[in-house]
Design a protein around this ligand. Structure first.
Ligand SMILES: NC(=O)c1ccc[n+]([C@@H]2O[C@H](COP(=O)([O-])OP(=O)(O)OC[C@H]3O[C@@H](n4cnc5c(N)ncnc54)[C@H](OP(=O)(O)O)[C@@H]3O)[C@@H](O)[C@H]2O)c1
Length: 322
């Protein structure tokens, strides 16, 4: 099939392109050419900033568009105006209006930002994703996928990578309590394969895209076993001065506003073909990828891996070891 992928050179999109090419589809990628422009020479590469219009794209009918880098409704409206049969929009569970509880797909999403001209994605990420979703779902071939936390090789954020790397290093590892807190991670490769399947076979509609639910205790034990490290989990609660999610990944903190975020139901996605690999495999492969970057400052410096996770010094201080 003739697929247009908006994005495709960082993390999720990169796995989408790999999956689409492996399945034998004709792939056109639109990026600005800023991030890893050398990737995927076998795809047709078009370089343009989608915010400035899509005139650089060939005037073709696309069997499907997969949009991994849509954040602003004005911009997504432009790509929705292309000629396509299915449009798969990568949204986020952050689009839901109330993350204090688990959200099935019918739950309310956030209202548009009060000022429709406000395109501050950092400030209004969930509301803008929700506004984009409404535009996509107005079409009969519109497909909205709401991932929770995505992990796996090529993640530039460190939001899952922290755990396999840290548990493999060993020693006393700060673990955020309670151990019973719900946790979900979806492997980017599983999500990518399913996005391509949705693009080529449907069905249309909105789907949560999250890993099977486990707990913080089980997840960290599974990751530790998978990477064969000697890390000793040292549980603490509360933890002061550490940013949940970014500095200490998988942890939403004690703030109840996000209590439901890691307990999102995934049955609809599984019924529509999402297949999930074991967390242990994601952990092992993510560690192998992270280790492949060691000693290669050029690869780290160009933004492929810029974690904002807890430093060892800060961790030691919290544990009373520093
Ligand atoms: N990571 C998570 O846990 C998580 C959770 C929920 C949802 N999500 C969503 O999942 C998606 C993941 O994104 P990703 O970064 O992994 O995707 P990606 O497709 O691998 O990377 C982003 C791509 O977009 C291109 N791009 C960025 N701005 C552009 C522009 N203005 N015009 C044209 N191309 C542009 C970049 O290339 P150039 O720089 O060369 O332009 C790059 O190829 C996002 O929509 C995010 O909101 C992520």
């Amino acid at each position: 099939m003739n697929l247009l992928i908006l994005g495709g050179t960082v993390f999720l999109g990169r796995h989408v392109v790999e999956a689409a090419l492996a399945a034998g589809h004709a792939v056109t990628m639109l990026t600005r050419g800023l991030t890893q422009p050398e990737l995927f020479p076998e795809a047709r590469r078009v370089h343009a900033d989608r915010g400035g219009g899509l005139g650089a794209l060939p005037a073709e009918r696309w069997d499907a568009v997969i949009d991994t880098c849509g954040f602003v409704p004005r911009v997504v409206s432009q790509s929705l105006a292309l000629d396509w049969r299915r449009y798969v929009f990568v949204s986020s569970v952050s689009a839901y209006a109330d993350l204090s509880m688990p959200n099935s797909e019918e739950a309310a999403t956030q209202a548009d930002p009060v000022d429709p001209a406000n395109e501050d994605v950092a400030m209004h990420y969930g509301a803008l994703k929700a506004a984009c979703e409404r535009r996509v779902l107005a079409f009969s071939g519109g497909i909205v996928v709401r991932p929770g936390l995505i992990g796996g090789p090529h993640d530039p954020t460190g939001r899952f990578t922290h755990w396999p790397v840290r548990l493999a290093e060993g020693g006393d590892v700060l673990a955020p309590g309670p151990a019973s807190a719900p946790v979900q991670v979806i492997d980017a490769r599983d999500l990518a394969a399913w996005l391509v399947r949705l693009a080529t076979h449907g069905p249309a509609g909105a789907f949560n895209a999250v890993g099977n639910q486990t707990t913080m205790g089980e997840a960290l034990a599974t990751i530790g076993d998978a990477v064969g490290g000697s890390g000793r989990l040292t549980w603490r609660r509360p933890i002061e001065g550490v940013a949940p999610w970014s500095e200490l990944p998988l942890w939403v903190g004690d703030d109840t506003a996000h209590a439901g975020m890691m307990a999102t139901p995934n049955e609809r996605a599984v019924a529509a073909g999402l297949r999930l690999r074991p967390l242990a495999e994601t952990a092992r492969d993510t560690l192998a990828w992270a280790r492949s970057l060691v000693g290669d400052p050029a690869r780290q410096a160009d933004g492929r891996y810029q974690p904002r996770t807890l430093t060892r010094a800060k961790e030691a201080k919290i544990l009373g070891l520093g």
